[in-house]
Write a protein that binds this ligand. Structure first.
Ligand SMILES: NC(=O)c1ccc[n+]([C@@H]2O[C@H](COP(=O)([O-])OP(=O)(O)OC[C@H]3O[C@@H](n4cnc5c(N)ncnc54)[C@H](OP(=O)(O)O)[C@@H]3O)[C@@H](O)[C@H]2O)c1
Length: 337
């Protein structure tokens, strides 16, 4: 990509641009009470939304948690049937079946659907009726962290978008919902379901999860195979990632480089582009293609439909890696008195 591109900035909304009274006047069903669902329900309530029900599977292990937090827990269908706003806070692979079995048959005409990730709408796993408002409110953070920041009077950025505005009120309602999560304290950026979803899948595969994990492991194993002590390799290739990425997060990459040694900085300029060379950029093109043409989501759903054997097998292999054993051993040593 040309570094001279100057794309137009996204519209940004702050708390003052959002009318909290809109969401306060609605009955909200939060379906799912995991990482996002619990945070959405608690933040909405603390922002003055008084009419909230939680929808869960019968016998769900999280039902007790929702009840302990003071919410009425119903089935997803029952909660949906009573609600003006249905927040779908269930893992993405489960949206299709949840939609066809429980939400679509029960959702009221003119109600609003809120998603925290655009995947199921972007790839047609959920195809909402034309009378429904369909809104994205995707806070940029892990659920419990969003909650902690909210309680501290802070917030996280939110990607927001309207896929379908059946009532003419979807935009204002979505902003009101995002502000009730606390995101107006930081910034609510308006985008589309497709941009959020495609860039999210690409980013987590290429950088955040797939890329970072493989880069760390490949470099760690290279040092170990060359005869260096695994503990030393662990510090250099894993432990210090947090130190440097924290600096990058606080100051940007250039600001972080101003704080590291000249040796580290000079080496970075020489070596970074060799490790992330043409082959890596070609792989990124392939990944983006598979995200956009839906083949990644088709593969995800095909695995899910037969009980996720590929996901589970790969998860087991990851746990067996040497780097995990070295990290666990150092963790035990650190915990000793
Ligand atoms: N994790 C994050 O911080 C994060 C960040 C941004 C966006 N998101 C998005 O937020 C959404 C929710 O993800 P999450 O990570 O919060 O999920 P999660 O932690 O895995 O929680 C899922 C919740 O949904 C419930 N559930 C699963 N299937 C259900 C069904 N058929 N009917 C009713 N409830 C059901 C689960 O209950 P059981 O315990 O009974 O299975 C659990 O309470 C996803 O769209 C995700 O992409 C997540």
């Amino acid at each position: 990509m040309s570094q001279t591109l100057t794309p137009a900035p996204l519209p940004v909304f702050k708390e003052k641009d959002c009318d909290l009274s809109i969401i306060r006047g609605r009955r909200v069903a939060v379906i799912g009470y995991g990482s996002q669902g619990r945070t959405h329900a608690l933040n909405l309530r603390d922002s003055g939304v008084t009419d909230i029900v939680v929808g869960l599977k019968p016998g769900s292990p999280t039902r007790a948690k929702a009840q302990a937090d003071g919410f009425v827990a119903l089935t997803a269908g029952e909660a949906t049937a009573q609600a003006d706003v249905v927040a779908v806070m269930v893992s993405d692979e489960a949206h299709r079946d949840l939609w066809t079995r429980e939400i679509e048959p029960k959702i009221r005409p003119g109600a609003a659907l809120i998603f925290a990730h655009g995947l199921s709408v972007r790839f047609g796993l959920v195809q909402p009726r034309p009378d429904l408002d369909v809104i994205l409110a995707s806070p940029k953070g892990i659920g419990p962290r969003i909650r902690d920041l909210y309680e501290a009077g802070e917030g996280v950025f939110c990607l927001f978008g309207v896929h379908q505005d059946a009532t003419g009120a979807a935009h204002a309602l979505g902003l009101s919902y995002a502000a009730a999560l606390g995101c107006g304290r930081k910034g609510i950026l308006e985008t589309t379901f497709a941009a959020e979803c495609e860039s999210d899948l690409f980013g987590e595969q290429v950088v955040l999860c797939g890329g970072v994990a493989e880069l760390i492991d490949a470099a760690f194993m290279k040092l170990v195979e060359a005869g260096y002590p695994p503990e030393v390799a662990w510090f250099e290739c894993f432990y210090e990632v947090k130190l440097v990425t924290d600096l990058m997060f606080e100051r940007g990459v250039a600001g972080a480089f101003a704080k590291i040694s000249n040796t580290a900085e000079y080496g970075a300029y020489l070596t970074g582009p060799r490790v992330i060379g043409e082959a890596s950029r070609d792989a990124m093109d392939d990944v983006l293609g598979e995200v956009r043409d839906g083949s990644f989501v088709r593969r995800l759903m095909a695995d899910y439909d037969v009980g996720s054997p590929e996901l589970l097998a790969r998860r087991r292999l990851l746990g067996d890696r040497l780097i995990e054993q070295v990290g666990a051993r150092l963790g035990r040593i650190a915990a000793e008195h």
